[in-house]
Write a protein that binds this ligand. Sequence first.
Ligand SMILES: Cc1ncc(COP(=O)(O)O)c(C=O)c1O
Length: 274
Amino acid sequence: MSAKEIIDLRSDTVTLPIKEMLEAIRRAELGDDVFREDPTVDRLEQMAAEKMGKEAVLLVTSGTQANLIALMCNTKRGDLVILEAESHIYWYEVGGVYMIAGLLPWPVKSQAGAPMPEDVKAAIRPRDIHFPEPALICLENTHNRHGGTIITPSQIKAISEVAQEHGLKLYLDGARIFNAAVALKADIREFTRHVDNLMFSLSKGLCCPIGEVLVGTRQFIETARKIRKVLGGGMRQAGVIAAPGIVALETMIGRLAEDHRNARRLTEGIAKIE
Ligand SMILES: Cc1ncc(COP(=O)(O)O)c(C=O)c1O
């Protein structure tokens, strides 16, 4: 990096598309995706499902929309959802969890973003006439408000065992899950295999202009497609969004290591200042 280059550290959402992405948009073969006729969207969805080791995926417009759709797919109105207390869903998504999904959010504390299985267990209320039904546990990885911390695959597995034991679904807000995989040099499937469904972002460190991807079973994605439509998120020639997403999956994941190196260099430099 030359001394003149400036890295804008306000957010990884300010990243701009690389020229190959703009070229891919220009060349994209398009169709109406509400009619399931956009070949570029189909290609992105096939690639992403394969990469994540799940049956199906759905391209959506934002992380907030992905999380809201997942909340609605995994629950029914009036249910209880267990969330990490500093999670993005709880803090920054305008209360969609209760305003639109109609759920009671139940925050649990954590160590650097990873809740302890016993705290999650304690938050699961018994099935009783007085209580809402517990339906879903949400994790976030990497964890935004905890400073980009990673929840390891074994920590996810421990929470998934609690979820299974109590018949709850486990969802992962994996907006930056590729950062976790790259940092730990682990296969992305190590992180996805223990959750029922998740989302990841194309528009953050992977530097696409728009787009997030919901990931899960075929049935989950069918329901998600319908809920996306209800929320006004059905898209027409969405290949213009999918095309840079394909470039991102092919070429940008490994480059997250450059961001990590720069972040470390900055941290170490700051730490040397008395
Ligand atoms: C962990 C996490 N989840 C979800 C979102 C929401 O994404 P969007 O801004 O695309 O709605 C963000 C945004 O920064 C985030 O950091």
